[in-house]
Ligand binder design. Structure first.
Ligand code: NAD
Length: 418
């Protein structure tokens, strides 16, 4: 089958996107620099949890999905979707080098009438200021010879109720025709497409969504720290507030932000805003509160050991339970577990971890599940496969940073909650 859609980057975003298009009957080619990823896909083996290998194998066998490291594959496609990482540099500035280098490989292969869509999360202006000039080095003009648009990805890895297919998809093209062309493509695989006026509007909308989360998480994290001083249970308060049927949206406190998006994306806007003499203070403040959480959690663990078992962090044996950045997935990018483990080790504790989804993490191997063998078990990520009642029963001491022990943990002398 001719690959009508070329997707550059076969990761957490590219794979579900490929799945959705292929499922809708379109031929898809995935282009990735990693030969292991490419070989795996061509064998029908998925490395992304949201795309089951069984379904991928079927699509590969039917000739609807192929993968390659060769950018020549974009030549045949009607549409080229770019789903590449957009990290921060070590100075916490946007690093678009991956998107740029891929665009440089696409440009000489670009054909008249093709559609190029950037899916990577980035600051407003990237599609027009960064991508367009590179693509136009081909001699073709965006909006005239080829279509160019931005369409942010909203996938929430591990989620089954909202998927690529039923999550509304924003599309902002360079021209009205670009928007229409991209909207038409997505309508073939996605239930609802929402056109906006420009690539910048789509770029900023995606950042607003993630900044909204970062700021609200910071708000409850700050409240959790105050509740600790006031001897109040922040989980009870958030749960009670959730009963208001309007005007309140629930966010949970936790050990810090994780994943490729929420800890990183807001700072793309902070950086861009400086060009306009503007300081994004909410973003900075949220970043500060959230970044402090691992330190706050370390002091909570220290207090639990002191008051719960007359022990100090130094010399204690600790089990960190769950190291992926959220429950029931294997993604450890930016996981707060890394910082917490480092802080505990620095304080002289002997730290092991157990995570059924992550066999190796930060130079350690997942230990067998034996909570009784540790001075304290610290729940950093609450995978649903763990029986938390049984954990409370067996462990000597528990620090619960996720309210995984629920009511069973409340008022239980063994359990210290965030
Ligand atoms: N992960 C999420 O939940 C999520 C959600 C919404 C938006 N996003 C955004 O989508 C973008 C992609 O994120 P992701 O999580 O899919 O990344 P990822 O790291 O999972 O996947 C990226 C893939 O690109 C490949 N790659 C790297 N450099 C390449 C190059 N030069 N040419 C071809 N392939 C290359 C990698 O081998 C990898 O397989 C980012 O901008 C991210 O912020 C991610």
């Amino acid at each position: 089958m001719r690959p009508e859609v070329a997707i550059v980057g076969a990761g957490y975003v590219g794979m579900p996107l490929a799945h959705a298009f292929a499922d809708a009957g379109r031929g898809v080619v995935l282009i990735d620099v990693d030969p292991d990823v490419v070989d795996g896909i061509n064998r029908g083996e998925s490395h992304i949890g949201d795309v089951p290998s069984g379904e991928l194998k079927q699509l590969v066998d039917d000739g609807r999905v192929t993968a390659t490291t060769d950018f020549d594959a974009v030549k045949e496609a009607d549409a080229i979707l770019i789903a590449l990482p957009t990290p921060l540099s070590s100075q916490r500035e946007p690093d678009l080098s991956i998107v740029r280098s891929a665009a440089e490989l696409i440009a000489p292969r670009l054909g008249r009438g093709q559609l190029v869509v950037l899916e990577s999360t980035t600051y407003p202006g990237t599609t027009r200021e960064c991508l367009q000039p590179i693509l136009e080095s081909s001699g073709l003009k965006a909006g005239e010879d080829f279509h160019l648009a931005f369409s942010p990805e909203r996938v929430d890895p591990g989620r089954t109720d909202w998927t690529t297919r039923n999550t509304p998809k924003l599309v902002g093209g360079l021209t009205q025709a670009c928007t229409e062309c991209a909207a038409e493509l997505y309508r073939s695989a996605v239930e609802t497409v929402v056109p906006v006026s420009s690539p910048e509007a789509a770029e900023l909308t995606k950042l607003l969504e993630n900044i909204f989360r970062a700021v609200n998480i910071a708000l409850v994290n700050e409240l959790a720290q105050l509740c600790e001083r006031m001897d109040l249970d922040v989980w009870e308060i958030v749960e009670a507030a959730e009963t208001k049927p309007f005007g309140f949206m629930s966010f949970k406190p936790g050990p810090g932000l994780g994943g490729h998006c929420i800890p990183i994306d807001p700072f793309y806007l902070t950086w861009k805003a400086r060009e306009y003499d503007f300081y994004t203070e909410f973003i900075e403040l949220a970043g500060k509160v959230n970044a402090n959480m691992p330190y706050f959690c370390r002091s909570l663990i220290s207090q639990a050991l002191n008051h719960g078992s007359q022990k100090s962090l130094k010399g204690s044996r600790l089990l960190v339970l769950g190291v992926s950045y959220k429950a029931d997935i294997d993604d450890v990018r930016e996981s707060p577990a890394e910082k917490i483990i480092k802080l505990l080790q620095k304080a002289g504790a002997e730290v092991a971890y157990h995570d059924p989804h992550v066999p190796e993490f930060d130079g350690l191997r997942s230990a067998g599940y034996a909570p009784q063998e540790y001075d304290c078990v610290v729940i950093v990520t609450a995978h649903t496969t763990i029986d938390y009642d049984d954990l409370v029963e067996r462990a000597q001491l528990v620090v619960d940073l996720r309210n995984a022990t629920g009511r069973n943990g409340t008022g239980n002398g063994k359990v210290w909650k965030l």
